[in-house]
Design a protein around this ligand. Sequence first.
Ligand code: EPZ
Length: 424
Amino acid sequence: MDSIIVTGGGPLSGTIPIAGAKNACLTLMPATLLSDEPLTLTNAPRLSDIRTMSQLLGSLGAEVSSLSDGLVLAMSSHDLNGERADYDIVRKMRASILVLGPLLARQGRAVVSLPGGCAIGARPVDLHLKALEAMGAELELRDGYVHAKAPSGGLHGGIVDFPFVSVGATENALMAATLARGTTVLKNAAQEPEIVDLVHCLQAMGAQISGEGTDTIEIQGVDRLHGATHRVVTDRIELGTYMLAPLVAGGEVTLGGGRRNLLDAFCTKIEEAGAEVTESDAGLTVKRANGPMQAVDVETQPFPGFPTDLQAQMMALLCTAQGTSVLEEKIFENRFMHAPELIRMGAEIDVHGGHATVTGVDKLKGAPVMATDLRASVSLILAGLAAQGETRVGRVYHLDRGYEHVVAKLRGVGANIERVKEDG
Ligand code: EPZ
């Protein structure tokens, strides 16, 4: 098992290239199940979750070839021969549930393991199932699996009115509706850039979709989809994570390929806290506007609100900002697991229910800490950049799920960071 050692220190400077989005790629890959023609993704991120999704698609009979050092994924579901997504793969990655809609739409049948619980919350999939039932699917939960059957003649269009916003349920319903007979309307749909990217890919495959990026998406089903090549959108969560690096450690960093419209609410919030964000052809450049960062209150919301996937990283920043901040986590019920680890580094944080009150301290102190989930792990690395001495972050396998080349990227802008093998 590896750890990452960060020694806090001086200002950062230079450019960090931002990869393609994990959360876009994980929904774009199952789209290959919708057609018997090849789908090629470029600008793909090189992450363990992407390899898990490749394994899952392979177990269903799809071919997934990783080319150009992993930046290109050439996929084909011409000889699909499976309908079962096994627990052994699904338990590693919840996004596996995103094969349910495409499989059902293409083959009329699917048996998909329920994902089970997660460190950050219960995360049920009831909205995914309700959406597919609105398209005529017959669903039975048995032995930890969803057994799904489409009516003869295939899924039909329907009205899906989500009681609250779900990214995954919107994606599953969207993909299923592309091959359903008639019109499907998704109300209170998610508006994330990853949803828009999925729609653009499906449109390139011949799908009839409108309203992406709004809360109402309309899909006219078609008989079949054809092949396409699609470039994965930039990873706005990786982008936001590294935008915080020069704010915690000082200096000025450019994020290659960054675009403000992917993260406007986040940019506005860090500007409120004292950041200067400049957009150019090179990307986004970030530094402290003048002097130390200031406390701000944050509330996570679905897009275009402040992303929950940047809450932990923002908490790391606020640990050394001047004043008291309140963070409210509105999306997941258990997403403050990083707080006790930051407290081990000398932070002053009080968690009560869905709120965390952070009182800024002058300096954090390096310590051995433990990653508990993907975003918590990188928040500890950010805190380490601001801390005195050495921070040792354990269980970094969490990090590998969503961040490629962290050590090389941060070292490239002057951070003192290394990855080490731990015994046992
Ligand atoms: C996606 O998860 C992302 N994952 C998450 O990123 C992200 O935090 C989340 O959207 C919110 O932005 C991927 O795209 C692979 P939801 P998803 O359905 O689709 C509840 C990361 O760090 N809910 O929008 O699972 C759910 O429990 C990950 O990269 C139901 O109750 O999120 C949560 O409280 C973590 N029933 C809320 O809705 C359902 O059927 C939002 O979940 C579905 C969701």
